[in-house]
Design a protein. Structure first.
Length: 119
């Protein structure tokens, strides 16, 4: 078991050995965190912050659904998250509901946010 894991997360094989778990920590404003374990059943490390979505520091943040995507390339990890708001923008601005992508390094240094192009 992973202590204090969020309701949404991803688990994958770590190419360096063992396993990685990626999830979010916090409610509303959230940080993407990484845990590692030598075996799938643990023991799991504590959460290590690897990326702070900029939307978490905006007005009325609601960031959730953080996951890693090991089949995507361009960084040690490519993570996604969803950012919404609790205000009236939910009903009027559909652009805020799309998943966001971020490149991160396993060592915990965030890299540039990937550009998203929607029609």
């Amino acid at each position: 078991m992973i202590p204090n894991a969020g309701s949404e997360f991803s688990v994958q094989h770590d190419p360096r050995g063992g396993f990685l778990e990626v999830s979010g920590e916090g409610f509303g404003a959230s940080t993407v965190v990484l845990r590692h374990a030598p075996r799938l059943e643990g023991p799991w490390s504590g959460p290590e912050p690897i990326y702070r979505p900029p939307e978490s520091d905006g007005p009325d943040p609601f960031v959730y659904g953080e996951k890693a995507h090991p089949k995507l390339s361009g960084a040690d990890l490519v993570v996604t998250y969803t950012a919404n708001s609790s205000d009236s923008r939910l009903a009027t601005d559909m652009n805020i509901y799309f998943p966001r992508f971020a490149r991160v390094t396993i060592e915990g240094k965030p890299a540039a946010k990937l550009p998203l192009n929607y029609p």
